[in-house]
Design a protein around this ligand. Structure first.
Ligand code: XMP
Length: 384
């Protein structure tokens, strides 16, 4: 059994040894891991810690102010650094998921190097956890916070040493540590938020209006699902380009399994998936049907992915659409223990439809709102 109390004691001692009286910088993204890491570091090294929140512009609505308020309450003095323009200019126009992650990582760590020097720190403390480096090493995806495990020497490359106290923990253990440290439930039970933020939810080419629509759609989903019981472990929206082609073959297959007329569009957009330990990058199929039968929908997504294995990684069900618009907003909600495998939440259709209505109202460029039907595997939790 994991004992959070003794973990905290042991890791405080280890951090004090590793840091040895130097000033250290800790970066927060607003996610559970980096928040727990910052509070743990503050307990270990007190006033030698500088905590920074880089506003990359790929954050949820009002995130910087929310995080600052909560960290202040925990006695951690947070400096918010506005780097929105720097990130969007580096990423605008780029489409490839891995390339985007790498640009994000490089922009992040270069800026970090500057802040580390400005704050006269030689050490960076970050909240990398076990699945981050397991999936990056396994080639499933490049988590932006994984460096030394894939052969990048941060001292040589960026000019500082990295300390990672949560490296061996899984998410549920990180939450226990947060609880033990005295974080409010709102903080330690918070759904995970990926380090690269909204970037992994802006599918394909990065554009400023697309980032804004993603942020608004996520706000609608977070508000709509926060009271759901039992609570899903993660719920958000992603935005994809709506261009695609109708597939007669998949329309026919979907119609058979659903027992309803169905139209299947294969989008040009691609989403990440995982088969065994191999990451793949497949097409996204959009099903337009009146079916609200989760058993039939589940079978349909399974059959479509199995019959088009090398091609299709995800199947979405259209909820509401309108005439104009260039984007599809995909609602994603999942249940899981460890985030390595997940199932989708069977959200009542009335609730899904009301969120879809609201997203169409708030996001002028969104043409249709859909619900993501694919578990992990074969999809990943995030779209990229
Ligand atoms: P995937 O998409 O890999 O997500 O099935 C599993 C969990 O990890 C989160 N995630 C990330 N977290 N940096 C992070 O800190 C990342 O690059 C990243 N990519 C995915 C995801 O939100 C989910 O909770």
């Amino acid at each position: 059994m994991f004992d959070s109390k003794s973990f905290i004691e042991k890791s405080k001692g280890e951090m004090q040894k590793q840091i040895g009286g130097e000033r250290a910088l800790c970066a927060l993204s607003g996610g559970v891991d980096s928040t727990v890491c910052a509070v743990l570091a503050s307990k270990a090294i007190g006033s030698s810690l500088r905590a920074v929140f880089i506003d990359t512009g790929f954050m949820r609505e009002d995130e910087p102010a929310w995080v600052k308020k909560h960290l202040d309450k925990m006695g951690v003095n947070l400096r918010v650094f506005d780097a929105r323009e720097r990130f969007i200019s580096a990423l605008e126009g780029h489409s490839d998921a891995e390339e985007k992650r790498k640009i994000f990582r490089d922009t992040f760590y270069k800026l970090f190097g500057e802040i580390v020097r400005e704050e006269k720190c030689k050490i960076l403390i970050q909240g990398t956890i076990a699945p981050d480096w397991i999936e990056t090493k396994g080639g499933i995806k490049s988590q932006h916070n994984v460096l030394s495990q894939i052969g990048i020497d941060p001292e040589k490359e960026f000019g500082y040493k990295v300390v990672e106290p949560l490296l061996q923990l899984y998410k549920d253990q990180v939450r226990l540590v947060g609880k033990e440290l005295g974080l409010s439930e709102e903080l330690y039970a918070r759904q995970p938020f990926p380090g690269p933020g909204l970037l992994v939810r802006v599918v394909g080419e990065v554009r400023r209006d697309k980032v804004e629509d993603t942020r608004k759609a996520i706000a609608v989903v977070e508000e709509g699902l926060k009271g759901l019981s039992p609570p899903p472990q993660q719920y958000f929206a992603a935005i994809l380009d709506s261009k695609g082609k109708i597939s007669e073959k998949i329309s026919k297959e979907a119609g058979e399994f659903l027992g309803e007329k169905a139209k299947a569009t294969v989008l040009d957009a691609r989403g990440t998936g995982v088969t065994g330990d191999i990451r793949r990058y497949g097409k996204v199929v959009l099903i337009d049907s009146k079916s609200t039968d989760y058993m039939a929908l589940n079978k349909t997504q399974f059959e479509i992915v199995s019959r088009n294995k090398d091609d299709v990684s995800r199947v979405l069900l259209v909820l509401k659409s309108q005439k104009e618009g260039k984007y599809i907003a995909a609602i994603r909600s999942i249940q899981t223990r460890d985030f390595m495998t997940v199932v989708i939440t069977k959200i009542p259709f009335e609730l899904l439809n009301s969120m879809a209505e609201e997203i169409l109202g708030r996001c002028p460029n969104v043409k249709a709102v859909a619900y993501e039907l694919t578990p992990k595997p074969p999809a990943t939790v995030e779209f990229e």
